[in-house]
Design a protein around this ligand. Sequence first.
Ligand code: HEC
Length: 162
Amino acid sequence: MSTHDTEGQSDVEFFKMFGVVLGALTLFTAIIMVAANVLDADKVPGSMELERLEARLAPVGQVRLSADDPAPMAAAPAAASADEAKAPEDLVAMACAACHTAGVAGAPKTGDTAAWQARLGERGLEGLVASVINGRGGMPARGGSALSDEEIAAAVQWFVDN
Ligand code: HEC
């Protein structure tokens, strides 16, 4: 009899405990749901918030891919034409001097008039320009540069003249 009583009591204890745990879990779930809502409300930006956010995330400068809005482009063409007007010696310094100053890999040296005249005599100016554009021996096409045909021609002319 007493054992049954004890068992009955531990059942009651168990259900009490179970109830407490269940209640605690339910409360915990409710708290989490409320907390999630509160935090979410903070994070979902209103339109004002969004504007400020976009302003903060905006890049410092922008690359323009079209001239739809000409005003901010005003400075660009000047820069481009300055690029185009590069002096031949600048082109050479930029793209050719690395090999031709020291005569790397058998490159005719800058100022070695005999060497340049010999090549000029063999192929003519057009031929020399073509050699650079297409590459020749140890010289990659265009000397490995992105110079235009005109710039290459100007640089070759400079080599021949110097
Ligand atoms: C990576 C090194 C290198 C660079 C950079 C380079 N050259 Fe050369 N260049 C050479 C070499 C090596 C030769 C000799 C090729 C040969 O005849 O075998 C040569 C030859 C030439 C010739 C003579 C071609 C001929 O037909 O005889 C010209 C003209 C010339 N270079 C111009 C240029 C110009 C202009 C540039 C810059 C745009 C340039 N090179 C950049 C290595 C270079």
